[in-house]
Ligand binder design. Structure first.
Ligand SMILES: C[S@@+](CC[C@H](N)C(=O)[O-])C[C@H]1O[C@@H](n2cnc3c(N)ncnc32)[C@H](O)[C@@H]1O
Length: 218
């Protein structure tokens, strides 16, 4: 899944991952993280997710990271804003009120660009990446988050052989194996969601789970 893959999706409007509402697991579990008010939140691979507005509405300064300019512009349009991007390291920074997005490649973000973030939120970031990139992603998240940083992770699991990703299946076993070297991992919830996802049913996926974890950077 290189940059061209994602740019093509955005240009063709093939963005089935985007929700036109706040992610229900974010709304249900964010307060369980017991974060200090106004803890800045990093949202890697943020797309044009409305979840950034939710987090900002909860009092958190938000820093999204997103490759695609159309996605970033749509995100700010949904906030009624048209910020001018400014160069920021190898990326471009868009800022409106408490919401900032670095447009560019997550793997080019330098630790100092996210150093203020003490919390993070991953929905459809880890599971957007093929297996080989998932280790790189976890290492990057660990590099950007200081010890004590707290995050919410939402994953999907299904028999990978029944469908080609993305989204990729990431089992609880994989979450534990990949993340525990860097993070304490606490499973918070697991839901059978096949019936709510006709796109997966149509592809013959026999079961589908969404899982939610609380992570703390060691
Ligand atoms: C599956 S979407 C999820 C978007 C968002 N988290 C949501 O819940 O709607 C993955 C997003 O990651 C972006 N992306 C993929 N690789 C990236 C990278 N290396 N750096 C920054 N963004 C990336 C894609 O453009 C896409 O918008």
């Amino acid at each position: 899944m290189d940059a061209a893959f994602w740019h093509d999706k955005w240009e063709r409007g093939v963005t089935g991952f985007h929700l036109d509402h706040i992610n229900p697991y974010l709304a249900a579990h964010w307060h369980q993280l017991k974060l200090p008010a106004q803890a800045p939140v990093l949202v890697p691979l943020c797309g044009k997710s409305l979840d950034l507005a939710y987090l900002a509405g909860e009092g958190h300064p938000v820093l999204g990271i997103e490759l695609n300019t159309l996605a970033v512009e749509s995100l700010f349009a949904s906030l009624g804003a048209v910020p001018e991007p400014k160069p920021d390291g190898a990326l471009r920074r868009y800022q409106w009120d408490e919401v900032a997005v670095l447009q560019g490649d997550l793997f080019q973000v330098m630790p100092e660009q996210a150093a203020h973030c003490t919390a993070f939120y991953d929905r459809a970031a880890l599971i957007a990446l093929p297996e080989a990139m998932r280790s790189r992603y976890v290492a990057k998240l660990a590099e950007l988050m200081k010890p004590g940083a707290v995050g919410l992770l939402v994953t999907l699991d299904y028999p990978q052989e029944s469908m080609a990703g993305p989204p990729f299946a990431v089992s609880e076993q994989e979450v534990m194996a990949r993340l525990t070297p860097h993070f304490e991992v606490e499973p918070l919830a697991s839901h059978d969601v096949l019936a709510d996802n006709p796109r997966f049913v149509a592809k013959g996926v026999p079961w589908l789970k969404e899982q939610v974890y609380r992570l703390v950077r060691r």
